[in-house]
Design a protein around this ligand. Sequence first.
Ligand SMILES: [Zn+2]
Length: 469
Amino acid sequence: MDYKALVDQYKDQLIDDLKGLLAIESVRGETTEEAPVGEGPLAALNYMMTIGERDGMTTKSVDNLAGHIEHGSGDKIFGVLGHVDVVPVSADGWDTPPFEPTIKDGYLIARGVQDDKGPMMAAYYAVKILKDQGVDFNQRLRLIIGTDEESNWECTRAYFDSEAMPDAGFAPDAAFPLIHGEKGISTFNLVQNVDEENVEAAPVTLIDFNSGSAYNVVPDAAIARLQTEDVEDIKMKFEQFIADNDVKGNVGINGNLELKVSGKSAHGSTPKEGVHAGHILLKFLSELSLDGRGQHFVDVMNRFVVDNLDGSQMDIFSTHEEMGETTVNSGIIKYDAIDGGHVGVNYRYPFGVDFDQTIDRLKKTLDQEQFRIEDASGMPPHYVEKDDPLIKVLVDSYRNHVDDPREPFTIGGGTYARTLDKGVAFGAMFEDSLDTMHQKNERMKIDELLRVTTIYLEALHRIVTSDEI
Ligand SMILES: [Zn+2]
């Protein structure tokens, strides 16, 4: 089968159908009984169902939240999982209206064209072309369409509550060549026990401390307020500390002494790429003689939290040959003299870590330090062995159309693929694609759209005629 030539024949039709989908403002909106995540996402789902019916495929909508378009027969199901909801657009900044798809300089421009309507439509056309070619499917091929990927994944929850889990599948909602592992992603809070014992006074009282506001972001700012008679002394010490450690910071006197430090933000899955402002300020505070409660907070922070980017200091470190090391981001660190300290942790861990056991162990350690753990929750790691036949077929199909020797990889983030029991993320960003997902002027090269369709066509053709997958 000449995959590329076939896709070229469908070019105009593919772009027309995609433009229709892109014109729907499928941002999560007001919930009604009829439209559980809003009218826009439902309209986009119905649009796909209508196209499937037009082309003679079987369709099924589930709770108006998700649905599938199916072709082929057999006991086994292969799933392709994409989504038709999009993130909101900011009011300004777009050169063309975000929901009026426009072709310019070889690009198709519209909200959702990269994430995930373009890749979804590419996968749909791969199925349609196989059907039109009269290919004999040895299993059912199911294009599963979600409407709430950008928010709460209510779509896939509802869908898999009532529909069968595919035997294998991929999500066209990330990058090539292929992502075969995603770390477990969890959050929990470390909370200081506040009692009457640790309140002795000292020359310096820590009034409050604040750094960061989101679990999955490395804080780039920290501020501490101190009450003291020795203002000049501490000010001097802090200025010396800033100079010695090559840190950005400043002191203000605003009734109390205010110490500020700046760092560098990074994503919570890669804490080593950032500079945690709160950690730096906590190091400075450890040089002071603080009130009992403040001192307890600063001591425990310096032993368990400061510079703890991989979990070693909490004894929750682990590593995996493919997936790498655990990461810890203390994205929120707060303290005030009345309520005590509170740390919001984002912990990401590879395959092989027992999360419940890890948390139990940490609880015991912290118990001795008068701290406790609250609100531990998360999603387990997701992993498909790299030598699985599924991965070989997908990567081969990719390399037949792209000169790219890169191996499949694993990430610390999460993709839609993790909702499949055996699923990987496969495309649709190429190594040199301009990443405009979630950004203004979101766009995709028409050539890329056709290449993605070609790759999916070959991959799905090989899958539905293979005995191994
Ligand atoms: Zn997406």
